[in-house]
Design a protein around this ligand. Structure first.
Ligand code: B1M
Length: 212
């Protein structure tokens, strides 16, 4: 791993916002691609924080401090992730489902979609099925994110609410988040599942190309 990327990784694990901010700036100045900083430094750092939490080596406050450091880094990285010449047409509403406060995966999906030219409406976290239904008229795709096994069920509830309100099949629904799988997406009747933010962009393009 590149030395600056290593510092960014450690800065996130240790929750040092300054180290992460200056590290990302330095890495970009040194010509390290934004994707490399993200995929080799920042995402593995959050995975490491999750591992430490699972093993009882860190607790919620530390996880929160690491999350803040990660967000600081993402904000620095955002302009580079957005740079693109490709323009895609379409509007996507993104939200983390009810009961779930994790927002970094959703934010990353939003950044990459904007980078690909989509208009993104961020509905935030802890978004009720009713709020997704209310957003449906103005968008082509709705993206649901969930990070907890206990909130994955809200994806099904949200799909049912969209069906009951007659918003589908016009609006396509994609789902994602660490505990979500392709099988789960199929079982609950989502239009698609994306494992990560890059794949969410490819999926959105393919969902829109099949819209009649
Ligand atoms: Co929480 N947390 N957390 N947490 N947290 C996890 C998810 C956990 C796996 C940690 C662990 O035990 N190893 C665990 C869940 C266990 C489970 O359900 N099986 C957990 C827990 C238990 C909890 C609490 C219950 C802890 C407690 O209070 N006792 C609590 C719940 C609060 C709530 O939501 N109601 C809680 C709280 C928190 C913090 C607030 C402290 C903080 C979140 C801060 C924030 O988001 N603003 C936090 C964090 C940081 C984590 C970990 C460490 C990191 C998550 C993250 O941001 N990753 C996480 C451990 C882990 O994931 N390994 C953990 C980086 C992010 C970029 O990745 O979100 O996976 P991710 O997104 C990926 C893909 O999943 C995908 O694309 C992204 C990458 O390209 N993706 C999509 C995501 N959404 C998508 C949507 C799409 C497509 C792709 O289409 C729409």
């Amino acid at each position: 791993m590149n030395e600056i990327v290593k510092q960014i990784f450690q800065g996130i694990v240790d929750g040092q916002q300054d180290v992460v901010a200056t590290g990302v700036e330095a890495a970009l100045r040194a010509g390290v691609p934004a994707r490399t900083i993200l995929e080799e430094g920042m995402l593995p750092a959050m995975a490491e924080v999750g591992r430490l939490f699972e093993e009882g080596e860190c607790y919620v406050p530390e996880m929160l401090i690491s999350a803040r450091a990660m967000k600081t880094g993402l904000a620095k990285l955002q302009p580079s992730l957005k740079q693109t010449d490709i323009k895609a047409a379409g509007t996507v509403a993104l939200g983390t489902v009810k009961g779930d406060l994790h927002d970094m995966g959703k934010n990353l999906v939003g950044m990459m979609l904007e980078g690909a030219g989509f208009t993104v409406k961020d509905l935030g976290v802890d978004v009720s099925p009713e709020a997704f239904v209310a957003a449906a008229d103005d968008v082509d795709v709705i993206g649901l994110s969930a990070l907890l096994t206990t909130t994955m069920g809200q994806m099904k509830t949200t799909l049912e609410a969209l069906d009951a309100a007659g918003k589908r099949p016009r609006v396509k629904v994609m789902v994602g988040g660490a505990p979500v799988t392709e099988d789960f997406a199929r079982i609950i009747g989502a239009d698609g599942y994306a494992h990560d933010a890059s794949r969410a962009v490819a999926l959105t393009k393919s969902l829109l190309s099949t819209t009649v």
